[in-house]
Design a protein around this ligand. Structure first.
Ligand code: HEC
Length: 280
């Protein structure tokens, strides 16, 4: 039950966010004579903001207890979220007492805090890098991989980064759900409660492949619903690697992946010279 209520958090928090932003906009508009008639509306919004903010905080608290979230991000999101709740009560009190100047300053501060809290919240749900400046696409020769992609270990360049990004939060040194750690090749091979998650038989048969392929609604789908999901490129890499027998020490050249996989890895220019098929 508390888990269900907790899951309403990502939905509910958008209500106080909307209210606070609207308050900010109304305050600006009310500076013009024609904006004066917004005053009564401002009062209503302030009164409504507090209960919805508090409901959001309570749901967030329940969600935090039931979910698996990055500890540090969660700490900041949780406590700054509580501070935001306190700020909302402060706004109500100041406005009530007619201390409008202080109220406006406080509103500015609250909006600033809101940005920070939302950023932590977004990072918790979508992954730390969700809101990062798009990285410039380096010309193939500069992206590090390329110089000699062929000589590099496939697992290190293609698979490990995916595990690091999407799995080690729960399958790493802090937490090892189902006894499984995916932070190093050795730990991966050691497996978890159900034994090794990979097997030479290939992607579809391996425990890892099965978990990834399950529909999102299934309890056992990985990464669990609500967490950052793998992209189709990441899935292509993982599945190809599993089909190739999930080697952790073979180089790209030894495995000789198809162009589709090489493209994802480092752009077509890195592909070991593959002759384009000629159509007559
Ligand atoms: C939010 C936490 C979380 C994340 C992120 C996560 N898992 Fe899991 N994983 C779990 C939990 C909890 C279990 C145990 C419950 C179950 O079997 O569903 C589990 C179990 C597994 C198992 C079964 C292990 C065994 O021996 O029974 C595999 C395989 C697995 N996860 C793979 C992955 C992969 C691959 C990723 C990344 C793409 C991933 N998980 C991301 C929480 C997570």
């Amino acid at each position: 039950m508390s888990e269900f209520i907790g899951r309403l958090h990502p939905l509910l928090v958008h209500l106080p966010i909307g209210f606070l932003v609207l308050l900010g906009m109304f305050e600006v508009l009310a500076r013009w004579p024609w904006g004066q008639n917004l005053m009564p509306a401002i009062r209503v919004i302030i009164i409504l903001t507090l209960p919805v903010a508090l409901t959001g905080i309570v749901c967030g608290w329940l969600l935090a207890d039931s979910g698996d979230y990055d500890g540090q991000l969660l700490f900041w999101h949780r406590w700054l979220g509580v501070a935001l709740g306190v700020a909302c009560s402060g706004l109500l009190v100041l406005h009530w007492r007619g201390q409008l100047r202080s109220y406006r300053w406080a509103l500015g501060g609250t909006l600033g805090l809101l940005v920070v809290v939302s950023h932590f919240g977004g990072s918790l749900t979508h992954g730390k890098d969700f809101l990062s400046w798009p990285k410039p696409k380096l010309p193939a020769s500069q992206s590090g991989l390329t110089g000699d992609l062929r000589g590099q270990v496939f697992y290190t360049v293609a698979i490990e980064p995916i595990f690091k990004q999407s799995c080690v939060n729960c399958h790493g040194s802090n937490k090892a759900k189902a006894g499984l750690r995916l932070d190093t090749a050795a730990n991966l091979l050691a497996g978890g409660e159900s034994g090794s998650p990979i097997e030479p038989a290939g992607a579809t048969q391996s425990l890892l492949g099965k978990r990834l392929a399950l529909p999102l609604e299934e309890e056992e789908h990985m990464p669990p619903d609500g967490k950052r999901q793998l992209t189709s490129s990441e899935l292509t890499l993982l599945n190809w690697w599993l089909d190739a027998g999930a080697p952790t020490d073979k180089t790209v050249q030894e495995l000789n992946p198809p162009t589709q996989v090489l493209k994802i890895l480092g752009g077509p220019s890195n592909a070991p010279a593959v002759e384009p098929t000629k159509h007559q």
